[in-house]
Structures are given as C-alpha cells and as structure tokens.
Design a protein around this ligand. Structure first.
Ligand code: ADP
Length: 800
C-alpha cells in the first residue's frame, strides 16, 4: 500500500513541478513585459501633463518675451497661467524653455517658488528636450541630476500661430516618484500574477489528482488482484500437490488392502481347518482398512464438492427437525475414538438445559462440529480437546448455539491467523507435513456458518493451543431438555477406554523405519504412553545412517520400501563391521501376513515379525520380548483374552488341563487358540480333526517320499506346515516348512536327512493329542486330509 500511495503522490508531484516551472517562467516573462508597459504608461501620463501645460500657454506670447519683460503684465499672465496648472497637478517644478540653437536651451519662466532660475539661465540638455525642440513631446528615459535634485522631465513644445515651435514647457517629476510609481504598479502586477500562479497550481493539483487518481486506483486494484491471483494460484498448486498425495494415500491403501483380501480369500478357499479362520480374520482387518481409506477418500471428495458448491453459490441449507443429543453423541463418539488413538483427553461440557429438539440443517451443524473437533485432534499431539456447548434463547422459538472447541495443540502463528479461512490454505507445513488435510475444512465451516447467520472466532497462542468459537442460530422445536449429556458421554468413554500401556521404558531407544509417514505416525502414537525414546526414518538408507550413529535397543523395520528395502537395510546394519547395531534385534513390519511369510523374513535375518496394521497389544508384547529387561517397568499386565475360563473365577477346567498337557509335545495352545478366535471348543475340534487326519496324511507323506514324488510331497508337507501352525505346533510347522523348501528345489538328500525326524515328531505330537483331547481317538474318519488343495506360494512382490 505504501508503495502504491507513494506512486500516486509521485505522479501528482511531477505534474505540480512541471506546472510550477512553466507558470514561474510565464509569470517572469509577463512581469517583465508588464514592467515595460507600466513604464510607458507612466511616461505617457507625464507627457499628458506636460502637453496640458503647453496647451494652456500662447506660443506667440511666449516667443515674444524677453529678459526685460520679466515682471511685466504679459510675463505675469503667462506665469499665472502656468502657476494655476502647477497648483492643480501639485507639481513643484514647471518651467518654460527656449531653444537658442546649437543644443543650447535657456529658462524663460521658472515657477520654482524657492530658488527659481532666472530668464536666460541655461537648461541641461537631454535627448528628450532636443526632441521637444523639434516639435515632438518627449520624456527623459534616464533620470538626470541638477541643482534641484534628480528628475525625469517631460517636455512639450508650444507652437505659435504659424505652427512653429515657439518654446517648450517642461514639467519635472522626481526620480523617486517615478521609481515609486513603477515599483508600486509592478508589485501589484506581481501580486496578481502570484495569485494567479497559486490558483493555477491549486487547480492543476486538483485536476491532476482527479485525473490521476482513477489510474492510480486502477493500478492499485490491479496490483491487489495480481497479488491475490498469485496467492490463489500458489494455494491452488499447493492444493493440487497436496491433494494428489492425500488422494493417493487412501487409494494405495484401498488397492493394497484389496490385493491382500484377494490373496487371503483365494487361500482361504483352499482351507478347511483353523487356517481359514485365521485368513478370515486377516480379510476382515484388511476390509476394515479398505473401509477407512474409502471414508478418508470420500471425505476429501465431499469437501471438494462442498467447496465448489459454495463457490458456485449453490450450497442450500435443508431445514428439518433434529435431535441435538443424538448429533452430539455421534460427533463425540467419533472424536473420542480418534482422541484415544492419539492418547488425548477428550471432554464434553454441554448445558443440560439446552433444548434437545431443534430445527435447522442438522447435517451441516454436525459437519461444523466435526470439522472443528477433527482439527483440534489433528493438530494436538498431547493434552486435551474440549467441546463446550451453551445456548442463548431469543424468545420462545429461537436459540443461538454457542460452541467452543478448545485444544492444547500446536496453535496458530499470529501472522497466519488471517489465512486460516482461506481455501486450500494449510499452515505451518513444517510441523504439519504428516497431518492429512486439504485446507478446505475451515473455509467450508465459515461459509456454512455465514449461510446459517452465525459466525466463527479464533483465539490461539502458537505452541500452546487454540480455541474456535462458533455461534449457530437454530429454531427450537420443543422445550424438552438435552439432559445430562456429560454423564452419558463419560460412561460411554469409560467403556471405550480399553487400552492401557503395559510397560514403561523411558531409557530404551527404538528406531521405527517406514516409508509411509502415516504409518510412522501411527506407530509412534501407539507407543507414546510407553515413554520409549523413539526415532523415525522414512527410508532404508536413512535407517542405515541413523544406525551408524546411535545404539538402539530395538529396530522396527518396514519390509517393502522403495530403493532400499527392509532386508537390504537389515543386511547393511548387520554387516557393518564397526556397526553400533550389529546385534540389535530388528523386527520386520509388514502387511505380508500370509502363512509362511514369517519364516521367510526370519530366514532373511529378521529377529521377529509383526503384521500391519499394527496391533498395539502385539507391538507392546513384541517390544517387551526384545527390549533389555532392565529398561522395562511393567505397569499393566494384559489380561490374556485367550485364557480359557478367564473371568469366571472357577479355576482350571478339564479342557484347560487337556490343553496344558499338549505343551510338552511342542504345541502352544495359546497360539492355537488365537487362531481359533479364542474359542476353546472350536480349538478342540480342530485338534481332533488334525489328529484324525494324521494317519492318512502321514501315510501319504511317507509314500511320496519313498516314491521320490517331490511335487506331491511338497504339497503334502506344505499342508502339514500350515495345519501344524494353526494348532500352535510351531516346531513341527518349521520342520515341515524346511522340507517344503527342499522339495520345491528337488533336494532329495536334504529331505531324506530330515524327513525321518519330522515324521517322528509328527507321530509323537499326534499321540499326545489323542491322549489329551477327549474324542481324538485314532479311528476317526481321516479322508479330510486329501482335500487339502495346493496353496499358492506367495510371490515376492506384494505390496504393503
Ligand atoms: P486442513 O484440512 O488442512 O486441516 P482446514 O481448513 O481445516 O484444513 O485448516 C486449515 C489450516 O488451519 C490447517 O492446515 C492448519 O494449519 C490450521 N488449523 C486448523 N485448525 C487448527 C487447530 N485446532 N490448531 C492448529 N492449527 C489449526
């Protein structure tokens, strides 16, 4: 603005200077010319006076006067005539002159009352006098000095009856008078010109102002438009870049998870045992991820649509009755879930006398609350989010809802406040780069509030938190109060509060590696309450670099990463001769949850394996297993849901006793139960099936081995691997897995070497099941095993 203002001032100043200079020049020339004119006018006046005097005297008389006539009647008459004239014009020096020839002139009559010249005294020669002697009246151009002072004289010839010059009448004007006249008139001329000059300048300035102002305004407008177009353009480019990222993330998740669903489904089709349950569980997890990614995508698209509707002026509000309590319930539950995921406290404070039945656009009111509360959770890393709702009644039918959403988050810089509601504008990106958002939520919120006749205000302290206050006018449908919403909400919140961190390890250092920032954020947040010291790396190369600088107690490594994958990063860390983390346990994080994947990753050198999406309890269990015991303080022992009979307080049931008896044979019933949805009855039936099929399965294995039919052997041993895993027989499953590998490459020697030991283990295990599990007797139908179909081997390229 300063620049623009100075531009208009500059143009006006330039015009003024040009006008001033030309006016001064014009005035100077005019004053000079006026001064010449004034001088001429004064001289003309002097001549007029002299002519008047000469006209009053008779030339014939004047010519005839001699020195002797001085004092005669005739002389006195002429003298008297001239005296009357002199008194009339109030001049001192009036006299008559005679031309004596040869440039000599003499006084004939002198009216000077004090020291008059005598007849015949010589008169000083001047050009003007000579001109009058020739018959042409004239005034001295320059003053002359004589005994009477300094004068300009006006000379006028007196002619006789023949027309000849008979004498000259001279009237003297003092040089002071002449100069006074000249300067007085010049001064008034200068004043007039000065006044004109000033007036001209004012008029010119005014004209310049009104002529230039529209251009300056236009220029200002253009500049303003340019700046706002540039910023809109920048915001749009940022938006597009941001959007493609925001949209790609959920689309990748949808495609990736769908791929997993397809694989698991195909595999599940071939399963008849507990593995199918396991696959179904995975499928439902992946489907959940697809759903949440789909919702996130839909949210983005809805925001864009809402915004374009608002921009096009086509956003109409649909007025209808709705229930405030139910709206608050939905919104609060949604926020509670998100807040709990981030370890934030969420409180709701609703005036219980507020009417429950309102009329307005409930969907849009919900959207306003959701936007503000979601932002509060999104931009808060620790502390709390609080929703306060009050109302102000306007008469019996109207209510202004007054809500405030307060957080203890990152806050907003003072200089960013005015950009807060700008479309596509996201602030503080250096701190918010991992936070999802299109920069449309607040712009939409404000426009919706404006459409409803409400408003929004923000107060924020950077680094401390923000408060968003909104007012929403609504109609009251009935006076029934919303009631103690708080109590209801707190009860629900307490119920939802299932999670409790199982340990604290503030001195333990953990490195989490994942190329997807969102996954890093999730992992870090899942572990927040354990107080671990967590570093993150978003690429394999970064992880290797960090591992060269700092000793970690555990490294959680994503497997699928571009450029350097988890396995390569692991190898580099392990093979670094001077490495600080050669012996650090490295746990593989992967969405590769299919059976056999774990073995593959363990074979690649990972210490253990966790599937994504990460289950917080599993993650904590894993860390408790690998972190140095001295660094861990256990704060909460997770109650194992799979513990049969847990919570019934009746001690150990016969089934539990039966399951415990399986442990010495190499079966971990906890694992087996886990695959059977912790349903002990279901697990026992799986065990019976397993034992029942064993005769046939064992016989086939032996036959294929004897016949060196490695293709069939591979299929059969693969089935054994997976069914054994499902019942919790890890070692047997591992042994089968080894033989499966050997069969796949036709390694006859390897198979022969290990086949016997595996079969012995298999037999012993089946025997223990038959002994321990009622109903698992040897003569059960055993045809099922034949129905195992070959499983697809998982290719190496699946996505996360
Ligand atoms: P976004 O989708 O990016 O969250 P919004 O329009 O909802 O878009 O918000 C615009 C920007 O305002 C955000 O990118 C963020 O920088 C800032 N912002 C909004 N709410 C908060 C808050 N509660 N605390 C701190 N910053 C906020």
């Amino acid at each position: 603005m300063v620049y623009k203002r100075s531009l208009s001032a500059k143009i006006i100043l330039l015009v003024e200077i040009i006008l001033l200079l030309s006016s001064v020049l014009f005035c100077g020339v005019s004053i000079y010319r006026a001064r010449i004119g004034i001088r001429k006018a004064i001289q003309q006046r002097m001549l007029d006076i002299a002519n008047c005097a000469s006209g009053s005297v008779s030339g014939d008389v004047l010519k005839s006067l001699t020195k002797e006539d001085v004092g005669s009647e005739e002389y006195n008459r002429v003298y008297h005539t001239l005296s009357i004239f002199r008194d009339n014009v109030e001049l001192e020096y009036v006299y008559s002159i005679r031309d004596e020839g040869n440039g000599s002139f003499i006084f004939t009559i002198d009216l000077d009352p004090e020291t008059p010249a005598s007849f015949g005294d010589s008169v000083k020669y001047t050009e003007a006098l000579a001109s009058a002697a020739r018959g042409q009246a004239a005034v001295d151009e320059v003053p002359y000095s004589d005994a009477w002072g300094e004068f300009y004289s006006a000379y006028s010839p007196v002619r006789d009856s023949t027309g000849a010059v008979a004498g000259i009448i001279a009237v003297d004007f003092s040089a002071d008078w002449f100069e006074d006249q000249l300067s007085a008139q010049t001064r008034s001329t200068i004043l007039s010109y000065g006044a004109i000059l000033v007036l001209t300048l004012f008029v010119a300035a005014f004209l310049a102002l009104i002529t230039v102002r529209p251009y300056v305004r236009m220029h200002e407008e253009l500049l303003k438009e340019k700046v706002s177009a540039e910023s809109a353009n920048r915001a749009k480019s940022d938006f597009l870049a941001n959007m493609s990222h925001e949209i790609r993330t959920p689309i990748n998740a949808v495609l990736g998870m769908n791929e997993m669903i397809l694989r698991e489904s195909r595999q599940a089709l071939g399963m008849r045992d507990g593995g199918r349950e396991n696959a179904l569980q995975n499928i439902s997890i992946y489907a959940g991820d697809v759903e949440s990614a789909g919702h996130s995508l839909l949210g983005i698209v809805n925001d864009i649509l809402d915004f374009s509707r608002i921009e096009a002026g086509r956003m109409d509000l649909a007025e209808a009755p709705y229930q405030l309590g139910s709206l608050l319930n939905d919104v609060s539950n949604m926020v509670l879930f998100k807040a709990q995921e981030k370890g934030l406290d969420f409180a709701v404070d609703v005036d219980e006398t507020l009417p429950d039945h309102l009329c307005g656009d409930g969907q849009r009111v919900r959207q306003i609350f959701t936007n503000l509360l979601n932002n509060a959770v999104k931009y808060t890393e620790q502390g709390s989010v609080r929703l306060t709702l009050r109302g102000e009644r306007k008469g019996s039918a109207d209510l202004v809802l007054k809500a405030s959403v307060e957080d203890t988050g990152i806050g907003i810089r003072a200089e960013d406040m005015d950009k807060l509601f700008t479309k596509f504008q996201r602030l503080d990106l250096e701190h918010n780069s991992t936070v999802e958002g299109a920069g449309l939520g607040l712009a939409i919120t404000r426009r919706l509030l404006e459409l409803m006749g409400g408003g929004i205000e923000v107060q924020s302290e950077y680094g401390k938190g923000s408060v968003f206050r909104v007012t929403i006018p609504q109609k009251i449908v009935s006076d029934e109060a919303v009631g103690d919403f708080q109590k209801r909400f707190e009860a629900a919140a307490a119920e939802a509060e299932g999670y409790r961190e199982s340990f604290h390890a503030p001195s333990a250092h953990v490195l989490i590696v994942d190329d997807t920032r969102m996954n890093l954020t999730v992992a870090v947040n899942l572990l927040k309450k354990t107080l671990l010291q967590i570093d993150t790396a978003d690429s394999g190369a970064d992880a290797v670099a960090l591992a060269q600088k700092k000793v970690y107690d555990v490294i959680l490594m994503d497997q699928r990463m571009p450029e350097m994958d988890g396995t390569e990063a692991l190898n580099r860390i392990r093979n670094d001769a001077d490495g600080l983390n050669r012996l650090t346990p490295v746990i593989c994080l992967t969405a590769d949850a299919v059976i056999g994947a774990k073995e593959r990753y363990l074979a690649e050198g990972f210490s253990d394996y966790l599937t994504k999406p990460i289950d917080s309890a599993a993650l904590e269990r894993m860390l408790r297993k690998y972190l140095p015991a001295e660094k861990i303080t256990v704060v909460y022992e997770e109650k194992k849901p799979e513990e049969p009979g847990a919570g019934k307080g009746t001690g150990t049931s016969p089934e539990e006793t039966a399951l415990e008896a399986l442990r010495p044979a190499g079966i971990d019933p906890d694992v087996g139960l886990g695959y059977c949805m912790n349903d002990i009855g279901f697990y026992l039936s799986v065990l019976r099936d397993y034992a029942g099929n064993a005769g046939e399965a064992g016989e086939r294995l032996q036959r294929f081995c004897d016949n060196r039919d490695w293709k069939s052997y591979e299929i059969q041993v693969h089935a054994l691997k997976s069914t054994s895993k499902t019942i919790g027989a890890k070692e047997l499953s591992d042994a089968a897995s080894f033989l499966e590998e050997a069969a796949s490459v036709g390694d006859a020697a390897g198979i022969r070497e290990r086949h016997g030991a595996m079969m012995a283990r298999y037999e012993a295990l089946v025997r223990s099941i038959r002994e321990a599990v009622p109903g698992a007797e040897p003569d059960l139908p055993d045809a099922e095993i034949l129905e195992f179909e070959p499983m697809e081997f998982v290719p190496d390229g699946e996505t996360v």
